[in-house]
Design a protein around this ligand. Structure first.
Ligand SMILES: Cc1ccnc(-n2c(S)nc3sc(C)c(C)c3c2=O)c1
Ligand SMILES: [Fe+3]
Length: 324
């Protein structure tokens, strides 16, 4: 194994830029697709100037964030905390029967360590420090929608880009986009699990310097696992995808027997089309996070990237391995 980057080695010209060390993630801030205040016409808050101003205020705070800083504290309003409380109370009734065991194991620890409860929205900084202790994952506040490339690249560093705003109070059980309820109830509990953390980082490592076509394949694999994944646990199937764990309706639907369930095979998943505005017609079932990680690692060797990478946790940086 030869570490590229020493003695003048260079990567092929056509290699898309990718972050080599943690601080490089700061460059994503200038590239965000939209600042998150342009809401789609059908967004419940589209006609609410107070809500739009609040979104702009929270995303502006996120824009000031730099690697190494504590995540800014957000003073949530009474109404925002009530919206959170409605979502929290509704979803937690379903976790014992629908959430995977890893989610159920860590949830009480989040209540204890990060003040998870219906009264108030937990602060991202407290949650990020908890995750760091569990698996080395940290959160970064994001001010809008990152490209799939940037978002997946972050996972290579065990960084999850998280929203800090909350959905509109008029429809507490619906959101057309990720919001802090989705992140805290869906994503965060799983990132506290070592095997799931390894699996997620595997996708991130495969995305570094990948072609646009391969980024789309990896984003689809992300979609059917981290967002909408189902796993086998003993003789039962349970949800581990954040999009399921944070959506009352879809959490019930995904295990109802109505959707088609297929085994998790990355090559097939990568080619699967998915709607993001209604429930999925098909879900993929992972045998375990370890098994899913090994399948993704094997799939990654079939991508057309002429080098491979390794994460150096001591220096929080990427090493390029010239597998020749
Ligand atoms: C790969 C990638 C890059 C950026 N954001 C995402 N992403 C995530 S993590 N969660 C959600 S929940 C929801 C309703 C949407 C639309 C959505 C989303 O888009 C995924
Ligand atoms: Fe998500």
């Amino acid at each position: 194994v030869h570490i590229v980057g020493t003695a003048g080695d260079t990567l092929p010209e056509s290699t898309p830029w990718f972050p080599r060390k943690m601080v490089d993630l700061d460059t994503f801030a200038d590239k965000v697709l939209e600042m998150g205040e342009e809401l789609d016409a059908d967004h419940p808050g589209a006609k609410d100037p107070v809500y739009r101003a609040r979104r702009a205020e929270i995303t502006k705070i996120a824009k000031t964030y730099k690697t190494g800083m504590p995540i800014p504290h957000i003073e949530y309003t009474k109404e925002e905390n009530e919206t959170w409380g409605a979502v929290f109370n509704k979803l937690t009734t379903m976790f014992p029967s629908h959430a995977c065991r890893e989610h159920q194991y860590v949830f009480p620890l989040l209540v204890q360590n990060c003040h998870y409860g219906p009264e108030a929205i937990p602060q991202l900084d407290s949650v990020s420090r908890f995750l760091k202790d569990c698996t080395g994952f940290t959160l970064r506040p994001v001010m809008g929608l990152l490209t799939s490339r940037d978002f997946l690249n972050g996972l290579a560093f065990r960084v999850f880009h998280s929203t800090q705003y909350i959905r509109h109070h008029s429809r507490p059980l619906y959101t057309p986009e990720p919001d802090v309820c989705h992140e805290l109830l869906g994503h965060v509990p799983l990132f506290a699990n070592p095997d799931f953390a390894d699996f997620s980082q595997e996708i991130g490592l495969a995305s570094l310097g990948a072609s646009d076509e391969d980024i789309e394949r990896l984003a689809t694999i992300y979609w059917f696992t981290v967002e909408f994944g189902i796993c086998r646990q003993g003789d039962k199937i349970r949800a581990y995808g954040a999009g399921l764990l944070s959506s009352f309706g879809e959490l019930e639907y995904c295990l109802s027997g109505k959707p088609e369930l297929r085994p998790f095979e990355p090559a097939k998943v990568a080619a699967q089309k998915y709607p993001i505005t209604e429930y999925q017609p098909v879900y993929f079932v992972a045998e375990s996070f370890k098994d899913a990680q090994m399948r993704v690692r094997e799939f990654a060797t079939s991508l057309d990237r002429p080098f491979s990478v390794r994460y150096n946790a001591y220096t929080e940086s990427i090493e390029i391995l010239d597998s020749k």
